[in-house]
Each structure stands twice: as structure tokens, then as C-alpha cells.
Write a protein that binds this ligand. Structure first.
Ligand SMILES: Cc1cc2nc3c(=O)[nH]c(=O)nc-3n(C[C@H](O)[C@H](O)[C@H](O)COP(=O)(O)OP(=O)(O)OC[C@H]3O[C@@H](n4cnc5c(N)ncnc54)[C@H](O)[C@@H]3O)c2cc1C
Length: 462
């Protein structure tokens, strides 16, 4: 007999406790390093399940975590109640209004083809497997966002269950709307979002893969080139030691490659990327015209769950000395290597949106991610390596990007560094109002400010 037996009668979806069949599958997602270990899981099938689960947890003082795909697993729940949203896959496109209503369990891979049927695209990211709602709430730096702005800047309506167990519909102008877009799970469990779509069906995109001996030259060429391109160009570069196993294409196996990723919305793409192609011969070159429905092939990220340690550093400017330091630390030939990914931000992402939100570090022009896979017994060595990287990069970095803070190594300092100080202070003050007991703390947590800074305007968040 389970501890939470009464909960099953309150919700329509399944309830799992440790030892139940399905418990392990439900708590585990893409990041397998340190999965949630909740006391109970609600497999929510709709907004009312989420509301009932939050009410149940609040009444018992159980902290609440929420998970869709596990791509962004922050602090793992040890105890508490986990709301699993993966069954909430409702999706409605309104072609006239150019909007989509997406439920909490929807992944980008579901939205992209449905939007394409109407000549539209969402401001999705590199991987179709990522959950759309959390990506948007964390900002959402995608393949089209240098042209159109952060995905969060295109949200019209948010439906959310707050710590008091109320299901609310929040719209631009409310402080809860401002806080959720950037403050994410700290302010409630979002059950659905209305997002704007953009009129994009095709792009010029793909990947340029270069061999080990060209990595330094390609990195330097991309760094200099990226500073000159228009906002219609979104690109990134990954430096990757590729395992010598059949899961990877033959030309890449066993090499430390540079992979330049291109997503361009103009018609002169060939000319624009010519300087990159001129650096060296490519092991693989997939750049060309493609429908947006194939945009997941640009980064070509692995869809299979894995254990990894990753962190990120945002930069206002990316100097050659920083990239050279990265190469020395974890590039080809370094004693310990890691996957390095540098994405160009800026463009429309750096501009203030017409409806303000709490997305942090908008001024960042680049984000550098460093990722190590975790094999058995590797955690300690990886932590030391990432400590060395942090020592080198932190002092030059302008902060962090919330969406790229992964796993238990996302510390409270890194969460704070994901926002400008005044934004963080305002979020902490609003947290004290909307979630004073920090019911939603098993996340990239913003603890409530000591004293709520209530303004004379009164509560406007409904
Ligand atoms: C391979 C890969 C590619 C990525 N590409 C991009 C990219 O191109 N651009 C970009 O910006 N980010 C990218 N990300 C980061 C990604 O957007 C975040 O990790 C995001 O949080 C993942 O959401 P999820 O639902 O898939 O993951 P989950 O791990 O299920 O969710 C992450 C966290 O979000 C919060 N959350 C989830 N659902 C809700 C909800 N309904 N209400 C409130 N809070 C919620 C919870 O705190 C949860 O722990 C990528 C990540 C990976 C691993």
C-alpha cells in the first residue's frame, strides 16, 4: 500500500511511487546522470491533474518538481512530488492568427511538421526532442532567433498552476507573465502556452565538418566571420572528439572534428558561407536549401538519453584569446578533451521585446558550452576538468544562459548569473509573493527574497 494512496483518486493520470512498475521510466529522461528520485510521481493528463497535484503537495509541504523530456534536468528531486507532463501533448495551430497552443508535454518535433502544413514555423532550437514549453520559458535561443528574437518574446498567453493550487491564465502586462518568461519553474507549473509562429518554410542550412588538423583554423575563421554576418544568419560551431564507433558517419569516426552549423534565411547563403568553405576541405558538407521540417539535421544532436556534465558561459565579445584558451584546455591534442559548442546569439535576441520579460543576459553575443559525457567512474575527473575550464572562462564571461545550465552542477551562483542583478532581485521579490514557502524549489531555483517588495499597485498577476 502506497504512502500517497489518496492521490490517485484526485487525478486522472497514473500515480507512481518508488518500487511501482513504471516509476523508473517516468522519472528518467534524456539526462541520465542524476535522475529525479521523487517520493511520488503524477503522470498528469491535463491541467486539472497538475492543479490537483500541486494542491496535494502544498497541503503536505512536499516540494514540487516538473519534468517533460529531461533534457534540462536541474537539481534532481530527492523526495517530493514530480509532475510528469509527457502525456500532455495537445497542440492546436491557428493559421490565421499565426499562433500555436502547446501543452506542457509537447516537443518541438511535434510542432514543426504541423506548423509547416500552414507555411509556418516555431522559433524552435537545435533539437526536435527538446520540450517546447520549458525551452520557451527559459528564453529559447533557436535556429531563427537572431532574426526574430527569443522564443519567449513571442508568447501570447500562459496557463499556469501557482503554489496556491490555482490554475491561472496570464497575459502580457501581468507581473507573473513577466516572471515566468525567464524565471521558468520557480513560479509554477505551466500547463500550456500560446506562442507566435513565423512565416518560414525553407532555409539555407546544414553542417560543415572539418578534420582535426583544421580545427584551430576553422574556429578562428568562424569567430571572425560570425561578427560580420546579418541577423538572418544563425550559426554555431562544435568541436567534438568523435568516438570510433559505427553510430557515427564513417568520415568522422575517431577524429576530433569542427562542425559548423548554418541556418540562414536569405537567398545568398552560398556566397555568405564561401569564406568558411574556403578554410579547408570538408569531411562532410550538408549545407544547402532545406525545408524547415529538416532543421533538426543541422546540429544533428543524438536523440538517445545519455549521462553528461555540461556548463556554459556567455560572452559579450568572443576574443581569439578565449577560443585559443579553450583549444589548449580541451581541444584536439589536449590531455583531456571535451565537446565545445559556441553559439552566436545577438541580433534580434539582444533587442528589448515589445512586451518585457525576465529572460536574462540579453546582451550576450555568444554562449560557450562545454560538455563531457560521463562514463562509469568518470565524474571526478570531469569535475576537475570543468573546474579548470571555469577558472579560465568565468572571469571573462558576462554570465550564464539558463537554458544551457544542466544537471546538478548548475549551482545557485550560476542561476543568479543567468540574470542581470536587477532582474534577479525582482524575480526573488516576486517569488516571495507567489511562492513564499519555495514549494517550487527542485529547479534552477531563485529563493524567495527575505521581505516581499509589494508595490502600491497591488497584485496584477492574474
Ligand atoms: C540536446 C539539447 C539541445 C538543446 N538545444 C537548445 C537550443 O537550441 N536552444 C535553447 O534555448 N535551449 C536548448 N536546449 C536547452 C533546453 O531548452 C532546456 O534544457 C529545456 O529546459 C529543456 O526542456 P525539456 O522540457 O526538454 O526538459 P526537462 O528536463 O523536462 O525540463 C527542464 C526543466 O524545465 C522546467 N520545466 C519543465 N516543464 C515545465 C513546465 N511545464 N512548467 C514550468 N517549468 C517546467 C523544470 O524545472 C524542468 O526541470 C537544449 C538541450 C539539449 C539537451
Amino acid at each position: 500500500m502506497g504512502v500517497h494512496e489518496g492521490l490517485a483518486a484526485k487525478v486522472g493520470g497514473p500515480v507512481f511511487e518508488p518500487g511501482d512498475e513504471g516509476y523508473d521510466d517516468e522519472r528518467t529522461g534524456f539526462q541520465t546522470a542524476d535522475p529525479h528520485r521523487p517520493g511520488v510521481i503524477v503522470g498528469a493528463v491535463g491541467a486539472e491533474d497538475v492543479r490537483a497535484a500541486v494542491e496535494y503537495a502544498a497541503a503536505r509541504g512536499l516540494p514540487v518538481a516538473v519534468q517533460n523530456t529531461g533534457h534540462g534536468l536541474p537539481l534532481a528531486a530527492a523526495g517530493g512530488l514530480l509532475i510528469s507532463t509527457r502525456r500532455m501533448t495537445g497542440l492546436r495551430i491557428d493559421p490565421e492568427a499565426r499562433t500555436a497552443w502547446i501543452e506542457a508535454g509537447v516537443r518541438w518535433g511535434q510542432v514543426i511538421p504541423e506548423a509547416a502544413e500552414h507555411g509556418l514555423a516555431p522559433l524552435s532550437g537545435s533539437s526536435p526532442g527538446v520540450g517546447a514549453v520549458s525551452y520557451v520559458l527559459g528564453g529559447g535561443a533557436g535556429l531563427l532567433t537572431r532574426r526574430y528574437g527569443y522564443a519567449a518574446d513571442h508568447v501570447r498567453v500562459i496557463e499556469v498552476v501557482t503554489a496556491d493550487g490555482r490554475l491561472r491564465r496570464v497575459t502580457p502586462g501581468s507581473e507573473l507573465f513577466w516572471a515566468l518568461l525567464g524565471g521558468r519553474a520557480n513560479f509554477g507549473v505551466v500547463t500550456g502556452l500560446e506562442i507566435g509562429l513565423v512565416p518560414v518554410t525553407r532555409l539555407y542550412g546544414g553542417g560543415l565538418y572539418f578534420d582535426t588538423e583544421h580545427v584551430a583554423d576553422v574556429l578562428e575563421a568562424w569567430r571572425a566571420w560570425s561578427a560580420t554576418v546579418p541577423d538572418e544568419m544563425t550559426s554555431s560551431i562544435a568541436l567534438m572528439p568523435v568516438p570510433d564507433v559505427p553510430a557515427f558517419p564513417e568520415p568522422l569516426r575517431g577524429r576530433h572534428v569542427a562542425h559548423v552549423r548554418i541556418a540562414y534565411l536569405g537567398d545568398d547563403g552560398e556566397r555568405l558561407i564561401a569564406p568558411l568553405r574556403a578554410v579547408a576541405p570538408r569531411l562532410i558538407d550538408t549545407v544547402g536549401e532545406m525545408p524547415y521540417t529538416e532543421s533538426g539535421t543541422i546540429h544533428n544532436e543524438p536523440p538517445v538519453p545519455m549521462a553528461y556534465h555540461a556548463t556554459n558561459f556567455a560572452f559579450g565579445e568572443l576574443g581569439g584569446e578565449t577560443t585559443r584558451e579553450l583549444l589548449d584546455l580541451v581541444g584536439p591534442g589536449a590531455p583531456d578533451t571535451a565537446i565545445v559548442e559556441i553559439r552566436q546569439l545577438g541580433g534580434a535576441m539582444a533587442r528589448r521585446p515589445s512586451v518585457p520579460n525576465a529572460v536574462g543576459n540579453r546582451d550576450a553575443e555568444y554562449v560557450v558550452g562545454v560538455l563531457s559525457r560521463l562514463g562509469p567512474g568518470a565524474a571526478e575527473g570531469v569535475a576537475v576538468l570543468h573546474g579548470r575550464v571555469a577558472d579560465a572562462l568565468e572571469k571573462k564571461s558576462s554570465g550564464r544562459l539558463l537554458n544551457f545550465l544542466f544537471g546538478a552542477n548548475a549551482t545557485p551562483e550560476q542561476v543568479r548569473a543567468s540574470y542581470e542583478p536587477e532582474v534577479y532581485r525582482r524575480l526573488a521579490a516576486l517569488k516571495a509573493e507567489y511562492d513564499p514557502s519555495n514549494l517550487f524549489r527542485l529547479n534552477h531555483n531563485i529563493p524567495p527574497a527575505a521581505r516581499p517588495a509589494r508595490t502600491a499597485e497591488g497584485r496584477r498577476g492574474e
